[in-house]
Design a protein around this ligand. Sequence first.
Ligand code: ADP
Ligand code: ADP
Length: 237
Amino acid sequence: MLRLNKLTKTYKTGDQALKAIDLEIPEGQVMALIGPSGAGKSTMIRCINRLVEPTEGEVWLAGTELTHLGASALRQARREMGMIFQEYALVERLTVMENVLSGRLGYVGFWRSFLRRYPQSDVDEAFRLLDRVGLLHMADKRADELSGGQRQRVGIARALIQNPKLLLVDEPTASLDPKTSRQIMRLICELCRERGLAAIINIHDVALAQMFVQRVVGLRFGAIEFDGAPDNLTPDV
Ligand code: ADP
Ligand code: ADP
């Protein structure tokens, strides 16, 4: 599903955020990416969708190499990748429903969605997703009226309405309390299983990763230093 070949990112400042990363994620696998702050986790996620341009190496998603794509092919490829963010990135003055629907155009082009009328099938799917994430009763509320956990549920529904092949999840629980964090992680992992979705979840709470995923990749100084079942993690990772 996703393969990284010697993926490398050196920032202009000289920071070597990723050093020739090789990684493969099969279809339907949910993987947690852990490691200390500055290890390169966000950089890896952003290189995959090219919010950051990799310095070297390849990113293969379902048979397409992404690092050489031009703008319009890249836009197309990004629709196959659902993004979920730490700070939710909702449009505050739009409703829950409108925020979910905005996902139909993919993350990067989301502002254009305001100009567009959605087909009934999209609206039906948005209602189904809102029901699944437990927010059907809030469809008409404005995003700025929601709690953190509710906002992240909207973020999840917005990512899924794209019908992506891969979910890229960047610190989904960093702004949430422990109980809400567990609920959100459980929801993301259940939805991946239901839909056969592959996911990379960047998370620095190791205990939370151990609770919900079968594969953990540990990054340190831009290199993989652990890859395996969470039970085999040593406490100091
Ligand atoms: P994280 O929570 O992923 O560790 P940071 O708080 O380190 O993120 O960084 C926040 C933002 O600042 C990100 O957009 C990141 O790309 C950027 N950033 C991080 N380190 C540097 C740096 N050394 N120089 C410039 N920008 C940086
Ligand atoms: P993590 O997500 O694991 O905290 P990051 O990917 O944010 O790690 O950062 C990895 C390294 O790259 C750090 O040394 C950080 O300072 C650096 N870095 C991140 N973003 C930028 C940026 N925009 N410009 C320069 N350096 C950056």
